[in-house]
Design a protein around this ligand. Sequence first.
Ligand code: SF4
Length: 348
Amino acid sequence: MTTARSLKTPEELEAADLIEPEMLGGIRAVADRYAITLTPTVVSLIDRTDQNDPIARQFVPDPNELLTTPEERADPIGDQAHSPVKGVVHRYPDRVLLKAVHICPVYCRFCFRREMVGPQGDGTLSPEELAAALAYIREHTEIWEVILTGGDPLVLSPRRLAAIMRGLAEIPHVKVVRFHTRVPVVEPDLVDEAMIAALKESRKVVYVALHANHPREMTQAARTACARLIDAGFPMVSQTVLLRGVNDDPAVLGDLMKAFVETRVKPYYLHHPDLAPGTSHFRLDIAEGQKIAAALRGTISGLCQPTYVLDIPGGHGKAVIGESAVRSEGGCYSISDFRGGQHIYPPK
Ligand code: SF4
């Protein structure tokens, strides 16, 4: 069933047969705390006959979201600790996040910024706040790359996107602008000529990082939207969150990575799920994640390999957490192949 507009309330989800009537009370309690939106594209991807549908699991709220565990944090990757001015996160020397908007086209139930995004979230930067954020970037000549994230920056109107890009055009040390987005998958028609013209306003190198977690998200419409961006000169990379019940299976993950490569989107990050509040039902053990990531090696092309990473809680940045193929052994190295065989390699 396809809906004409996005679903945003528990009542709309019930009317669309996405939740059972007896769940309404629990889902209303979740809705009081976290934003809900499913676009018509997302609704059309959900298989209502499958109780464990991996698309529904990502977007349909679950009463488990009200269960928080002691290790979970409102700001799991420590954005606030590294925010010198509103909208800017400066964690690494050569790049900043620019969070111009805190609205998304969909609200992922496992979102690491779930306490900040949504209509009740941190809002959109005012023109004065955006000017202050751009002034910070201009003053810090070590900033080589600006990453627009949020929220989803591609929900901004072409007029607002163009204004940001014109602001960045005037900062010579910024060479690369990267967008983190789910739009090509969840609302592919938004990727149109007006958006592309706006992204070209900075005349910088623009990369687009696509967030998708299951091969069924890579529909023909999503692939066409990506092709529009890539053909316009914006290389694309992928980001996937490893999620229990969605993609914690090497075959599913492998199909997703192949779908990215077939779409000319280079697999980039496989994120270990963050310690966001109410998301323990999505999390898996690092050792399990390592096994899944290792199972991709040798079974699918090298082009399809993502890097398995964890954002260290507290804002200490990313760490690569895949199993190492190298062990030190008696003055030599022992190297494991993709079948688990061990091979001795000399020190040099
Ligand atoms: S699109 Fe990104 S920022 Fe928005 S809810 Fe999903 S994961 Fe969070």
